[in-house]
Design a protein. Structure first.
Length: 174
């Protein structure tokens, strides 16, 4: 079943341009994050952290599909613009992996920090996109993006739980 097309009230308005730019920005962010998460998963020592990242890889794939569905609903091509923020966050995550010893909880603590920075960026982005959709009367698009927003919040909460209940205490002992 093809998604319902939603039309934008003021075609080519500056507000609409901002929305589409931000949609393309998070699309770039998600597609590049999908390439980085497996590296982080493979380098995590904690089984809980590795499993959480593994689960988020699957969620990220679904989130990319949702973004493509939003583009389709808007009758727009699913394309991306470089997300400089995510590009920097990914670079920082890779530096953490390079600068920490393998098989240590200190590295896991760094992976959690880098991951939560990404989650907070995504939470801000999706929260803003949901609000913009609602302002433009794009309720179906808003509903799809809201699902992703809730997943990002849960991922952030899970990372906090792993850090507080396991990783940080063990990292301090190393």
């Amino acid at each position: 079943m093809s998604p319902k097309t939603q039309t934008l009230e003021k075609k080519d308005s500056k507000f609409q341009e901002l929305f589409l730019h931000e949609l393309k920005d998070i699309y770039w962010a998600e597609t590049h994050l999908a390439k980085t998460l497996p590296k982080m998963k493979d380098k995590a020592t904690s089984e809980k952290l590795s499993n959480a990242i593994g689960a988020h890889i699957k969620e990220t794939e679904k989130q990319i599909e949702r973004l493509e569905e939003v583009f389709e609903m808007l009758d727009e091509e699913a394309e991306s613009v470089t997300c400089e923020a995510m590009k920097g966050l990914i670079k920082e995550a890779e530096e953490i992996l390079d600068d920490t010893e393998s098989d240590t909880m200190v590295r896991d603590a760094g992976i959690i920090i880098a991951s939560q920075k990404v989650e907070h960026y995504e939470i801000a982005s999706y929260g803003s996109l949901v609000h913009l959709c609602k302002k433009m009367g794009l309720s179906d698009c808003a509903n799809l993006l809201e699902k992703t927003l809730e997943e990002e919040k849960k991922a952030d909460k899970k990372l906090t739980e792993i850090a507080e209940k396991e990783v940080n205490e063990k990292a301090m002992q190393e």
